[in-house]
Design a protein around this ligand. Structure first.
Ligand code: SF4
Ligand code: SF4
Length: 96
């Protein structure tokens, strides 16, 4: 696949070129956050709100149940904890 525009000033690389699908999984963005979510299974009603709202697909599921988080890809945004409907919360944010 052609990566550069020939004949232009210094042959600028094309922007936004994705040559391979699924590359986001290779980047461990979990180091970006200051906080991390902690799962409190005893309060969880398995509504899956956290799984639906997580922007990084970092809520892990096993045999049809939420079981925790993929800390390699979780950025600690706290959306899962915010959306969790239980009282007390089934997800709390902790400083790393
Ligand atoms: S803190 Fe953000 S990135 Fe991490 S699991 Fe929750 S919603 Fe996903
Ligand atoms: S949003 Fe809260 S109650 Fe719902 S599945 Fe996630 S942790 Fe459990």
């Amino acid at each position: 696949m052609k990566k550069y525009i020939e004949g232009t000033v210094k042959s600028l690389p094309l922007a936004g070129l994705i040559e391979e699908a699924g590359t986001a999984k290779k980047y461990n963005t979990g180091t970006w956050g200051t906080f991390k979510p902690v799962f409190l299974e005893e309060h969880c009603i398995q509504c899956f709100f956290c799984w639906v709202y997580c922007p990084d697909s970092a809520v892990t599921v096993n045999e049809g149940k939420v079981v925790g988080f993929d800390y390699d890809h979780c950025k600690g945004c706290a959306i899962c904890a915010y959306e969790c409907p239980t009282k007390p919360k089934s997800i709390v944010m902790e400083k790393k």
